[in-house]
Every structure is written in C-alpha cells, then in structure tokens.
Design a protein around this ligand. Structure first.
Ligand SMILES: Cc1cc2nc3c(=O)[nH]c(=O)nc-3n(C[C@H](O)[C@H](O)[C@H](O)COP(=O)(O)OP(=O)(O)OC[C@H]3O[C@@H](n4cnc5c(N)ncnc54)[C@H](O)[C@@H]3O)c2cc1C
Length: 381
C-alpha cells in the first residue's frame, strides 16, 4: 500500500529522529523510515553514552546549539520519566599554550555558559584519582555531562510516534535523482512526499555516492569500559566528571549505570565498512588505551575490560555538519556528517532542518555541501 506524507525522513538516528519530531511539531505529516531500529548497534547513535559539552573553541554556533539541545534533551527525559542525562560536569584538559581551550573559555563567557578555570593545584585537590600529567590547567563546565545515547534516541522516536509521526521499519533503496523526487522505495513499499530528508549517518555516502562520495570519511572508532573495584565510588559521579584531552585526542566518561569507566580515542581510526565489518576491537587500539589509562588513572592500570563498542564516525573534511539540498533534486535534503561530535546536537539540528524546510531558518554557509572538500582538514573538535 502506498503512503503519502508531507515529509519522509529516512534514518532514525539522533539527527533524523529529532528532525521528524520537530517537523511533526510544525504540524506536518511525517513518515520516519528506519532500516534497523533507532540506536541499533551499527548506527553512529548506537553507543551506550555520548558527551554533551558546550565548549567548541571559537565556533559559537555549536556552543549555542549545545545549550539549546540540552534544554530539549532534558525536556524529553522529563516526559519519558527516564534519566537520559547525567549532569556529571565536563573537564577540558588544557596545555600551557592552548589556543583551542583559551578560545573555548572566551566563547563560553560570551554566550553565558557557567564554567570555571582551574589551576593544577585545584585539579589535584578535586580529583585526586586522576594523574594530570602534562596538564597545567583546565576548564570545567559543571552543567554539562552525559546522554544515555541509545536509549535517548529510542525515546525521541517513541515521543515522535506519540505525537503522530508514522514510523516505518524498512530499508530505503538509493533513489534515482533526476529533478524533483516524488517517491522512495521503502523495502518495496512506495512512500510519496513533498520533501525527503536523508539523515542516514555513515550510510549517507553509500546512498549518494556522486554527491557525497569522497566527502564523508567513515572511520572505525573503538571504546573501552574498565571495571572498577567493588564498592569504589571514585570513578562514578559525583566523584568523576567527563574529561577530554583534545591535544592527545582521548576522552573518559565516568562509570554510569554500572557499565564501567569509558575510555575512547577521538583521533580518527581506519576506514570501516559499516554493513560488513565485525565490531571487534583491535589489539593496537587496546594497547594505546591501556597505556593511557595506566598513566592518567593509576588505580585502573590493571583493571579488567568489562565491555567494548566499535562505532563509526562519519567525518566531513573539517568536522562541520552537512545540512543542504541535494544538488540534483531541490526537494531532497542531506543531513549528516556528525563527525564524532553530532549526537548532542540532534535536537538543534532537527530544529534547524525543520526551519529550513519551512523557510524560516537562516541558511548557515558552514553546513553547505560546497564547503565540504575531499581533503581532510579538521577544524571542529
Ligand atoms: C565512538 C563514538 C563516540 C562518539 N561520541 C560522541 C559524543 O561524546 N558526543 C557527541 O555529541 N557525539 C558523539 N559521537 C558522534 C555521534 O554519535 C554521531 O555524530 C551521531 O550519532 C550521528 O547521528 P546520525 O543520526 O547522523 O547517524 P546514525 O545514528 O548512524 O543514524 C542513521 C540511521 O539511518 C539509518 N539508515 C541508513 N540507511 C538507511 C536506509 N537506506 N533506509 C533506512 N534507514 C537507513 C541507519 O540504520 C541509522 O539508524 C560519537 C560517535 C562515535 C562513533
């Protein structure tokens, strides 16, 4: 049976689910089509947890979007009666000469985000379980923290369905684009719409190889959960915040819901085949992580690994998202390029996309396809 809606959104990750949610709030009829279920194990949004922080160097739009998104995530958590956000605080580890952290502090001040600058003595006093190694100072965002990612995406979809979004579990075939698109094929079922939004995460370049191939780099990212000693609360909130070291490109999340302390590398891994590769960690990354944990959290030097995740980043050349029309089809929107930092922004991305479709959001040049090159030069962290 064919289906007709105002907007068909393909992909129920953080970007697509929130886009469908906002479009429905604007009273449009919406179908949300998802191949494998919201927050499934191969999706970028499928990890257990994701950090939400406000700092983004001098890139104020991301700071503003984080602030707005946190409001919407908290609203969702309240409606769902589910603790989807943990206000653990987020610590930015800085170096003596550190333009990124300095500009982050300036932006946080300008936008009015609560934060503290802490010197080495204060860091050691507050968090004696961390060995700060080469870190002379840091910024602390007390209101930021961790989203329970996989569960949160499922909650957005449930909330969207409750508001009238039609959820369809089906795989959409790559559409042949010759001018306006009228219908998509969702596992054999046609869906007709005025506008189509493809928010397909790491699958986006596979669906649109001509427009995006070579402009989104899909990389393999591995995370590790370390078991802490029974009864030891020093690696769980409130004793342990999230911490990020952008210079060495790694991050740690406190032990939440008994999963263990999470450690991951933000540096880009090798390419991943999102459909076919096994999601097993590599001995090389394991060795690097084990070493870093031993240096920074001496009490966890020999702690057992109690869980792992292998996930995909879908990186644009510079780390800015893609939110633009397909060059060959004016009613097809491409939304993705989360680049390892997109999850937190799902609510604001959805709001922006809904506004663009309705013609009442400003165009933001940094999200255009034209700004995405085939040469990697990361500027957004
Ligand atoms: C290890 C790791 C750590 C990260 N840490 C953070 C963090 O701390 N903070 C943060 O903000 N961000 C973080 N990110 C980035 C963030 O998770 C992603 O940017 C974000 O989840 C991308 O969401 P998405 O909706 O674009 O993609 P996805 O979540 O991948 O969703 C795309 C969906 O589209 C569906 N789909 C694809 N093709 C089709 C089709 N043909 N038909 C139907 N459905 C289809 C897929 O099944 C999938 O569910 C991290 C990412 C990883 C991998």
């Amino acid at each position: 049976m064919s289906l007709r809606v105002d907007v068909a959104v393909v992909g129920a990750g953080a970007f697509g689910a929130w886009t469908a949610w906002h479009l429905r709030r604007a009273r449009l009829t919406v179908a949300l089509v998802e191949a494998q279920g919201p927050g499934h194990s191969r999706a970028s949004s499928g990890g257990e947890t994701r950090v939400i922080r406000m700092g983004y160097g001098s890139h104020e739009i991301y700071t503003r979007w984080s602030v707005r998104s946190l409001e919407l995530w908290k609203g969702l958590a309240e409606r769902a009666h589910d603790r989807l956000f943990h206000e653990t605080g987020v610590l930015w580890m800085a170096r003596e000469s550190d333009p990124l952290t300095v500009s982050t502090a300036q932006t946080l001040k300008r936008v009015g985000v609560a934060h503290e600058r802490l010197d080495r003595a204060e860091l050691e006093r507050r968090w004696p379980q961390i060995d700060f190694g080469p870190i002379p100072w840091a910024i602390y965002e007390p209101g930021s923290g961790v989203l329970m990612a996989r569960r949160a995406v499922q909650r957005v979809v449930a909330d969207a369905i409750a508001s009238g979004v039609l959820y369809v579990r089906a795989a959409v075939a790559p559409p042949a684009l010759r001018g306006r698109l009228h219908t998509i094929d969702a596992s054999g079922r046609p869906i007709a719409a005025e506008t189509f939004v493809f928010a397909c995460g790491p699958w986006l370049p596979l669906l649109f190889p001509e427009a995006l191939g070579g402009r989104i780099f899909t990389t393999r990212q591995e995370v590790f959960y370390f078991g802490t000693r029974p009864g030891d609360l020093s690696f769980a909130p409130p004793a342990m915040p999230v911490w990020i070291d952008f210079l060495d490109q790694f991050y740690a999340l406190p032990d939440l819901e008994g999963k263990g302390l999470k450690f991951g590398l933000d540096r880009h891994g090798p390419p991943i085949d999102v459909d076919r590769d096994d999601r097993l960690i590599s001995p090389e990354t394991f060795a690097v992580i084990r070493d870093l944990v031993g240096q920074r959290l001496p009490a966890l030097r020999d702690a057992p690994i109690v869980g792992t995740e292998v996930c995909a980043y879908e990186n644009t050349s510079n780390g800015d998202f893609v939110i633009d029309r397909h060059p060959d089809a004016p009613n097809v929107w491409l939304v993705g390029g989360g680049s390892g930092h997109g999850f937190k922004h799902g609510p604001a991305v959805g709001e922006h996309v809904a506004g663009r479709l309705r013609g009442d959001s400003e165009t933001e040049p940094r999200f255009s396809l034209a700004t995405k090159s085939s040469e990697k030069r990361r500027v957004i962290f």
